[in-house]
Ligand binder design. Structure first.
Ligand code: Z5A
Length: 218
């Protein structure tokens, strides 16, 4: 990569099923971009601000005494997103920072849409209310067979409210992500996350180099 500090703010999201390596690779990308003199903000959804992190806790916590309704889950995801966008993402992009976000609205389509079976049109309505027109410039979809990601996540610690779901739920989620990639080939770049970590990161480095050169051209 060449050294150049003049870049417009970019909103880059990392998506995929559980345990595919989003956190690990966001850290890798952060380091690469910072080496180029870019101001990088790393954040996550649900979460990223004090209020959005409180909502995250409720979303992931198990067990509640009652089952959380699917629509409640969807509204909480978007409540956290509205807060995150207005308080953190939008101001950071306006300052020219690059925002690396662990999950965004593609996760809502995959989990609440394909996974829970909620209408995608409902998600589109909430997107238009909550996102203030902000969309990802680039999305890296880390894709691996469900059992590979589940195995990595399980090895790491106790399961949260999503992680206790069964294989067929996560298969629908993966199908959702792959459908999004097919529908948005310009924005979404599929990365084979089932391969060894150094190969995943080599792919990401090539992709980031292209992105930097596009951002330099404005
Ligand atoms: N959710 C939702 O339903 N709707 C929404 O709109 C949003 C979210 C935004 C929390 O997400 C939950 O929120 C999520 C969906 C829901 N639930 N699930 N499932 P989260 O991102 O916090 O949770 P997660 O997906 O379970 O992420 P994770 O477990 O933290 O995984 P990760 O960040 O993708 O992976 P990692 O921590 O970087 O890596 C996992 C392990 O694998 C680690 O030990 C690594 O060293 C190892 N690893 C990584 N890559 C490799 C390779 N290539 N080879 C070998 N080992 C590797």
């Amino acid at each position: 990569m060449s050294n150049n500090t003049k870049h417009l703010g970019q909103f880059i999201t990392f998506e995929g099923g559980e345990g595919v390596g989003k956190s690990t690779n966001i850290e890798f990308c952060r380091q690469l971009l910072e080496q180029q003199g870019i101001d990088v903000i790393v954040t996550r959804e649900p979460g990223g601000t004090e209020i959005a992190e409180i909502i995250r806790e409720e979303l992931l916590k198990k067990p509640h005494d009652e089952r959380m309704c699917d629509v409640t889950e969807l509204l909480l995801v978007f409540a956290a997103r509205a807060q995150h966008i207005e308080a953190l993402v939008k101001p950071a992009l306006e300052r020219g920072s690059w925002v690396l976000c662990d999950r965004f609205t593609d996760s809502t389509i995959a989990y609440q849409g394909y996974g829970r079976g909620l209408e995608l049109s409902l998600i589109e309505q909430l997107r238009s209310i909550a996102q203030l027109g902000i969309e990802a410039n680039k999305t890296f979809l880390l894709d691996a067979p469900v059992d590979v990601g589940m195995g990595r996540a399980r090895a790491r610690g106790p399961a949260d409210r999503f992680e206790v779901e069964q294989l067929d739920f996560f298969s629908r989620v993966r199908e959702g992500f792959l459908a999004i990639a097919e529908q948005s080939p310009g924005r979404v770049q599929l990365i084979n996350a089932g391969q060894a970590l150094d190969l995943v990161q080599a792919d990401l480095e090539v992709a980031l180099t292209q992105l930097l050169s596009q951002a330099e051209k404005g």
